[in-house]
Design a protein around this ligand. Structure first.
Ligand SMILES: C[S@@+](CC[C@H](N)C(=O)[O-])C[C@H]1O[C@@H](n2cnc3c(N)ncnc32)[C@H](O)[C@@H]1O
Length: 323
């Protein structure tokens, strides 16, 4: 199933057409032969030649293609194309024997989530800010009807396109949309994943309300977020950056995030995991050579960020829309 199939199931024709029109407009924009896009477009074209049936996302690394399916020269070409998508933020992946050690050990997040997930089989899922689709591939193992990534960053959008051009998973699709487009999809999704998103929004409660709109009655929202430690329902609002990230607005405590969910109308809210961030989970690698987590902290005190704010923890929450 694809985004267009999803639109054809929307009973309100006007609304379905509005999504398709916006999708076409954004596709046209991202398909332009612009200088900054060309390196990704060429890599997508090059990697699309290597289609495989050997796809396995059940382990830590998402495996696409076996090493013995290609020659050494072909593997070098594949690696060259894959490196055009650097820096690789999410992974690991193994592509025809090329191992991609991404900045994040994303399998750790997935392993914390997995025990609390509903059965994904036959479901329509949105993964907001899906990046290169690491979690979409993990989800596809459970046979959802559709897992649709929303991703408005050109590099990440093309990296997923390239990975799935090789993998051919037909229950996965990506839209060059942001979370701000979620409200265009009323009652469309059984499950929405919103991981690593809320603290990047200047209006996190509106973002949760949009997720409420987009869920079907009885639908489930999975939120994963940066938080600060503390018992009071308050949020840190950094002056300019938080852990060197300029796009960070509100970093809540766990109880503050729960209150946001309650006031957006969610119920049966369960916080199921909380842990401090660590430089074993987010770190510089051969595929992401810029600064990483340890550079974002105060060198004299790892409990503080570079700016002197409390260092981040991560929180996982599951919440329901009323059935
Ligand atoms: C912190 S990363 C989280 C990635 C992934 N969801 C995870 O949990 O590992 C934020 C992601 O959101 C994407 N993003 C940026 N602007 C966005 C927007 N307006 N709406 C949705 N996602 C956005 C980024 O490109 C990036 O892939």
């Amino acid at each position: 199933m694809t985004l267009l199939d999803l639109c054809s199931d929307i009973p309100d024709l006007k609304r379905a057409n509005a999504i398709i029109a916006l999708h076409n407009e954004r596709q046209t924009w991202v398909s332009q032969a612009k200088k900054g896009f060309r390196r990704y477009q060429k890599a997508l074209a090059g990697l699309s030649l290597y289609q495989t049936r050997h796809v396995d996302a059940s382990g830590d690394a998402v495996v696409i293609g076996a090493a013995d399916e290609v020659s050494e020269a072909e593997r070098q070409e594949i690696e060259f194309h894959l490196r055009q998508f650097m820096p690789w933020r999410k992974g690991p992946f193994s592509i025809f024997g090329v191992d991609i050690d991404a900045e994040w050990q994303s399998q750790r997040k997935w392993n914390r989530l997995a025990p609390m997930l509903p059965d994904l089989r036959g479901k329509i899922i949105a993964d907001i800010g899906c990046n290169n689709g690491y979690y979409l591939f993990k989800m596809s193992e459970s046979q959802p009807k559709l897992a649709l990534g929303f991703e408005p960053v050109v590099q990440h959008y093309y990296s997923f396109k390239a990975l799935n051009a090789m993998a051919g998973r037909d229950n996965l699709d990506i839209a060059f949309f942001g979370v701000e487009h979620l409200s265009l999809f009323p009652t469309c999704f059984d499950i929405i994943f919103m991981m690593g998103i809320l603290y990047h929004r200047s209006s996190p409660v509106d973002c949760l309300r949009d997720a409420m709109t987009a869920l079907r009655p009885g639908g489930i929202l999975i939120v994963e977020s940066q938080i600060i430690p503390g018992d009071q329902p308050v949020a840190l609002f950094p002056e300019a950056t938080y852990a060197k990230a300029p796009g960070t607005w509100f970093v809540p405590t766990a109880s503050c995030l729960e209150n946001w969910l309650l006031r957006a109308g969610f119920e049966d809210i369960i916080q199921f995991c909380r842990h401090p961030m660590s430089s074993t989970e987010q770190r510089r690698t051969n595929w992401m050579t810029f600064e990483s987590y340890e550079d974002f902290l105060d060198p004299a005190d790892p409990n503080l960020t570079h700016e002197g704010y409390p260092a981040p923890w991560r929180l996982y929450v599951r919440a329901h829309k009323k059935a």
